[in-house]
Design a protein around this ligand. Sequence first.
Ligand code: 13P
Length: 252
Amino acid sequence: MRRKFIVGNWKMHKGPADADALADALKRALAGRDASVDVGVAPPYISLPAVVSRLKHTGILVAAQNLHTEQQGAFTGEVSGEMLRQAGVAYCLVGHSERRQLFGDTDAIVEKKVHACFRSGLLPILCVGELLAEREAGQEREVVTRQLAAALGKLQADQVPSVTLAYEPVWAIGTGKTASPLQAQEMHATIRGWLEERFPAFVARTTRIQYGGSVKGSNAAELMRMPDIDGALVGGASLNAEDFLAILDGCR
Ligand code: 13P
């Protein structure tokens, strides 16, 4: 009952012209294919208008990679959820590990950003995941459930399924080291169990949990076969159409 959801996070790649070309390639490749999987892309801010315009009426969803906690104000260089909504963006990543590690997004800021998404009518894709040292110390469950509690703790139960969760173990991001399907499944089951404990049953049943970290065509199928993995958040392999489409093929 949970449709798979595959999102390409382009990170700081693809200016407007390159982004438009990639969006166009995806649009052509996906036209006429059965839409059994939800597909989205997350270009950098500067390329959002080109991609939104290119993908209009295609069913391919567009996400931003970040937003500010406030709607407007004297925050030079920042972009608000309200602006993203006006630009036609539907989703927004929140709490990506690169934001947490390199740009100071703490649990408290991540929570504010989740709420900023809801205020602006954007659907959050909330990223959680442990560092290598945390996994080696056996703390991965504790870290991930702490991140979940901080970000989702104050939401109403009926808001939670609008959040796509993305479990991205930091040690698997951009390293070529994927979590094994069992390692990923184990954490996804922990996350679903956490939802079950805190919210009415429909929340755990319907909330989608993506896996992210070195997903590619060659490993997508076995990851997507796991019962609690509902899609993928893809970095490197989303930067060209062929590699990204190979991942979509793995979801069939
Ligand atoms: P890679 O697929 O390049 O490991 O990146 C994963 C990621 O961070 C997606 O948000």
